[in-house]
Design a protein around this ligand. Structure first.
Ligand code: SAM
Ligand code: SF4
Length: 341
């Protein structure tokens, strides 16, 4: 906290709409050991490895943002934990937690490798993690993720809790898929003191035969369904993300809703997203982007990089325009696995 104040006002990244950009999400790879139906096609073509920033470069880039007042870093992907030597990056970035410049280092993962890495993540300074899990049914899990195995993820969750990580589950609400499981998931999370957030399926990328419209389940409907069995008490709890939280009276756990389509949360958006090739996206739903790889490689000191980051933030748009309807099936051509969700 102390050092956050030490960053001069003039160094902070303020966008044209007065929003302080204090949160960077970094996709460290576009690869994944799953092929979730709403995220990737089964025969994805991934970037050639040579196009990826090295871990040293990712560290330098993240550190340049931290130097300019970014207080929260989320490592994501693709599946971040499949990237070789990824713990090196977590351990390196941990120094910014030690210095107090960074308030939080966190990760979004599918959980498949948490049995192996939970302890190391904790040791690097990670305290909260998001795990994506849409179902507790093994068969459905295989259908949704195509390549995933539920028991492996459950072991990862158990290990994370054991080492002391605070776990939040993110579940994409899918009509006809997990709509009958909502009560069970709430109960299951409540028993483990795990917070749960539902996310509306977003029209990302062209995934061929999977029809996102058929699966679209507005969270207003999800919430109505939940309220038939549970008491939701509104709270002002914020994690710096777009979720709105309630506390479930019966379990004491938090329940969040991320509604990019039915509720516009752009006015409080404090985040930007970096891809594994060094492209900075100012908004999940817009194309405004800046290449940071070129300034990163052009010079050994960080002045040019800092300058390009400041210029890029000036491009941050006011908001996105996702629309999902039957007449105009608008889709954003970028896959979530590129921008990191
Ligand atoms: N592989 C990691 C994981 O699954 O947690 C991190 C990357 S993944 C792209 C980040 C999040 O994006 C996951 O929670 C996933 O469910 C979500 N996601 C992917 N495609 C989506 C879509 N079309 N609509 C809504 N959420 C999506
Ligand atoms: Fe992989 Fe995450 Fe996308 Fe699923 S949502 S395919 S786990 S990147």
């Amino acid at each position: 906290m102390q050092v956050a104040n030490d960053i001069k006002e003039s160094q902070k990244l303020i966008d044209p709409f007065g929003r302080h950009v204090s949160y960077l999400r970094v996709s460290v790879t576009d690869r994944c050991d799953f092929r979730c139906v709403y995220c990737m096609s089964e025969d994805m073509t991934f970037l050639p490895k040579k196009d990826l920033l090295t871990l040293e470069e990712l560290d330098r880039l993240c550190s340049a943002f931290v130097d300019q007042g970014v207080q929260k870093l989320r490592i994501t992907g693709g599946e971040p934990l499949v990237r070789r030597d990824i713990m090196w990056l977590f351990n390196r970035l941990g120094r910014h937690l030690d210095s107090g410049k960074l308030e939080e280092l966190t990760v979004t993962t599918n959980g498949s490798l948490l049995k192996k890495y939970a302890q190391e993540l904790y040791n690097a300074g990670v305290r909260r993690i998001n795990i994506s899990l849409d179902t507790l049914d093994e068969e459905k899990f295989r259908t949704i993720t195509r390549w995933g195995r539920l028991p492996q993820v459950l072991e990862g969750i158990e290990e994370s809790l054991r080492v002391g990580l605070k776990v939040k589950l993110n579940a994409v609400a899918l009509k006809g898929v997990n709509d009958d499981e909502v009560d069970h998931m709430i109960q299951w999370c409540g028993e483990r003191n795990i917070d749960l957030t539902f996310i509306e399926v977003m029209p990302m990328g062209d995934l061929g035969n999977e029809d996102r419209l058929e699966q679209y389940w507005p969270l207003s409907d999800v919430k109505r369904q939940i309220e038939q069995s549970w008491t939701l008490n509104e709270t002002g709890y914020q994690t710096g993300g777009p979720a709105r939280y309630s506390v479930i009276q019966e379990t004491g756990a938090r329940l969040g809703f991320i509604t990019p389509l039915t509720h516009n949360f752009c006015e409080s958006c404090n985040r930007v997203r970096l891809t594994c090739t060094g492209t900075l996206y100012m908004c999940l739903g817009q194309e405004d982007a800046a290449d940071l790889r070129e300034p990163l490689r052009a010079s050994k000191d960080d002045d040019l990089l800092h300058d390009r980051i400041r210029q890029a933030i000036k491009l941050k748009p006011k908001g996105h325009d996702f629309i999902i309807d039957r007449d105009s099936q608008i889709s954003n051509p970028r896959h979530m696995s590129v921008t990191g969700g």
